[in-house]
Design a protein. Structure first.
Length: 429
């Protein structure tokens, strides 16, 4: 059997320890599948004395990840530190310049600096692999760069943040308000240290930007993703959507149009009986549409020690086998800068209003919608929230985002709203 593939791992959090456990538990199986043993030489973390759930005593410990990234007895540098700059970026660049291949789970780094790192790696004859950066244990990167290589991808969409999906499905199943479930998720350790990365849609948008680059052969442009989180979604929205046969999901959608590259991450209504509508808990789902294959659906655990570490090992086995692929599926120098485009595809919309309980209020709402060119499909009035206000739900026929923006801006000027309107796109999936 060939000489071992020697790993240096930086970051011994949940995923890092998961990788250590798999390498230790499945050493013989990995050697058979990779064609050579996979071993760990050195590890790095901030605290060498921390009590961890795996034995790392036989590995050289370094507090400086660059020392691991550039060590002579390391063939592949595994970066699991996180963060778009700092030690993660410095150590990856150092590893590439030292002739090492790199495996990372760092979606923030790739979403912001992926094009530059890909160009550097390919200029040095190195590879960067990142299956674990998007959708945890779901092999979506491999599917898009290899299995679907014969397709022109027309659309990529999905639920890519398990925490948000947990919050939204928990709100529905338990009938709890957003604030209560947010606190529950925090207590369970589901939220990032900065919760806005999750509930603000940023984490999921990092992943969407990466998938867009692979799907459409473009330079990553995270800054052009239209982002809205789930903070405005109320338990009333959850209930009203269910009454209409929908569920609310934080949905990412990317597609190339004649106007440019559309990338959006926002809460949307999807049919309750669709694959996305049936997705519960912390599970992720990515839907890919290709001109030859049609639509395929990939579903699985989007985070956690085992699933994410499993994705890291899939990359390591490929490197051990000698597989050398461009970072984003095609040479970095061929990735084009796409023209960002705001979503223009018409869709139906859900609009929730809290109106003053007085004559003529509904007529004023209908006038604003008519002036915006919006046709009403359904309008429903619910019981009073208070003696002076009434909740009203409007479902529109298909209309443009521009028309919805016009209406949402104009509605408060009618003087009949108690609070700002909430509008959510109804996505066909």
């Amino acid at each position: 059997m060939s000489s071992p593939l020697r790993l240096g791992i930086a970051g011994l959090g949940t995923v890092g320890i998961g990788v250590v456990k798999i390498v230790q538990k499945h050493a013989d199986l990995l050697a058979l599948r990779a064609g050579r043993p996979i071993t760990i030489t050195a590890v790095s973390a901030r605290d060498p004395l921390k009590n961890r759930s795996a034995d790392i005593s036989t590995y050289r410990f370094e507090t400086d990840p660059v020392a691991v990234a550039t060590a002579d007895d390391v063939d592949v540098y595994v970066e699991l530190i996180g963060g778009e700059n700092g030690a993660a970026r410095d150590s990856i660049e150092a590893a590439l310049r030292a002739g090492k291949d790199v495996i990372t789970a760092n979606k923030a780094l790739l979403a912001v600096h992926g094009a530059e790192l890909a160009a550097l790696a390919e200029s040095l004859g190195r590879v960067i692999r990142f299956e674990a950066a998007v959708a945890g244990g779901i092999p979506v990167i491999k599917a898009m760069t290899e299995s679907l290589a014969g397709n022109a991808i027309t659309r990529v969409m999905g639920v890519m943040n398990g925490t948000c999906n947990y919050i939204l499905t928990r709100m529905e199943s338990a009938g709890l308000p957003y604030e209560a479930v947010f606190e529950e998720a925090r207590q369970l350790g589901y939220l990032e240290a900065d919760p806005t990365l999750d509930v603000g849609g940023i984490d999921a948008s990092h992943k969407l930007a990466i998938l867009s680059s692979i799907a459409f052969g473009t330079r990553i442009d995270f800054g052009s993703v239209e982002i809205e989180g789930i903070e405005r979604v109320s338990i009333d929205d959850i209930r009203r959507a269910r009454d209409l046969g929908y569920r609310i999901k934080l949905l990412g959608v990317a597609q190339m149009t004649a106007r440019g590259l559309e990338q959006r991450m926002s809460p949307c209504l999807v049919p309750a009986d669709s694959p996305l509508g049936q997705l519960v808990g912390g599970t992720n789902m990515v839907v890919i549409e290709g001109d030859s294959v049609g639509q395929i659906v990939l579903r699985g655990a989007g985070a956690g020690e085992g699933p994410t570490a499993s994705a890291v090992l899939s990359d390591l086995v490929e490197v051990a086998r000698g597989v050398r692929l461009p970072v984003f599926g095609q040479p970095a120098e061929t990735l084009v800068a796409a023209l960002p485009a705001r979503t223009a595809v018409p869709a139906a919309y859900y609009i929730r209003l809290e109106l003053q309980d007085k004559p003529g209020a509904l007529a004023k709402v209908a006038t604003v919608l008519g002036d915006a060119g919006i046709s009403i499909d359904r309008m429903r009035q619910y019981g009073q929230h208070s003696p002076a206000s009434v909740p009203v739900l409007v479902v529109t026929h298909k209309t443009t985002p521009e028309a919805i923006d016009f209406a949402v801006e104009a509605l408060p000027r009618t003087g009949v709203l108690v609070s700002d309107p909430v509008e959510l796109r109804i996505e066909e999936v």
